[in-house]
Design a protein around this ligand. Sequence first.
Ligand code: ATP
Ligand code: MG
Length: 216
Amino acid sequence: MNTANHALLEIVSAGVTFTAGFAGRVRTQALSDMTMSVGGPDPSITAVVGESGSGKTTLMRVLLGFQPTTDGTVTFDGRPLERFSRSELRAYRRQVQAVFQEPFDVFNPFYRIEHPLVAPLIAFGLASNRRSALEQVAAAMTAVGLRPAETIGKYPHQLSGGQRQPVMRARAMSLQPTILLADEPVSMVDASLQSTILEPMWKINRARDRTGLCHA
Ligand SMILES: Nc1ncnc2c1ncn2[C@@H]1O[C@H](COP(=O)(O)OP(=O)(O)OP(=O)(O)O)[C@@H](O)[C@H]1O
Ligand SMILES: [Mg+2]
């Protein structure tokens, strides 16, 4: 694990401009001169607040390396993301987990809901077999307030939007990330449930050595 003083994940003067419309004539500056860091020496929570369309989801996609920047740089452990080798990118994909705003996009309708949770646990060597992976998945689901017995085995369309969102949180947490990026994890659920959602995240955050949580 990194012991340097710099933040683990840093974004410096980053900008993203999208072009859309006929002949790319519509230009949208989704992110402009964005500088921030996540994951200092102590566990922390960073909140990014902004009105609809202000670039929160774009920022998260940039931090994940899914969205190239038009300007600026993103570094992890002092190294630019764009220069990562395949194996570094693989390590990055485990250490930095995300909970997306619209979880339905993440689920493949042809796979049962637990598939995107079980597969990475085995792929990253966090579970030695499917049975042990399923046990970890069930524990993570319980931690986010889902009933594993009523969730495992279902297809994405057989759950409500409010049930799919915690499945993503369970996935992110079961991979034991160093940094957890969450895009509006509380927006899709009733206000009374917000504390039960953030509480397990915060517990995990505190339990780890060095965790940044970016809650857009
Ligand atoms: N792929 C894209 N192509 C063109 N424009 C885009 C694209 N993605 C986002 N935008 C534009 O970039 C801006 C920022 O979008 P973004 O989704 O990051 O906002 P947001 O802060 O997450 O909003 P919300 O709170 O509604 O989720 C918006 O004006 C949006 O229309
Ligand atoms: Mg958004």
